[in-house]
Design a protein around this ligand. Sequence first.
Ligand code: RP5
Length: 162
Amino acid sequence: MSQPQIGIIMGSDSDLPTMKEAIAICEEFQVPVEVAIVSAHRTPERMVQYASQAHHRGLKVIIAGAGGAAHLPGMVAALTPLPVIGVPVSSRHLQGVDSLYSIVQMPGGIPVATVAIGNAKNAGLLAVQILATHQPGLLDLVQQYRQSLKDSVMEKQARLDQ
Ligand code: RP5
């Protein structure tokens, strides 16, 4: 199996239905990924180990999804020099607004690139685009993907025009 370039982590297996969208994007672009459940509060030692070793293991980007008091992306960002993309997972009581604020409101110095609530698809795309800055073949695939978005709009327009 190829060396994973993107690490997709989440605080709980209950985040997996959301995070599957990021996994699907990486598969679509044929970027090797690893997927792990890493909880900041239930498995803090595992989180430290994962985040501090990620760049040594060859990962280039980490996508971290969490819900509620979603400290995982920020804690991981504090422990790794790699770019971290945070996915606020929708929560039971506050529908992910708590997750969003927890992830997006990082103080200056330790950034987490935060996508919209539940939008793991965009996290996957952003991770692929970061890798593509140094991989011309992947950059071509990103361009093709963008073209497919344009084509789908124009197909819808053509159907409206009939
Ligand atoms: C967070 O708490 C997880 O990221 C998850 O979104 C949320 C709820 O976890 P479970 O109670 O479903 O395990 O740590």
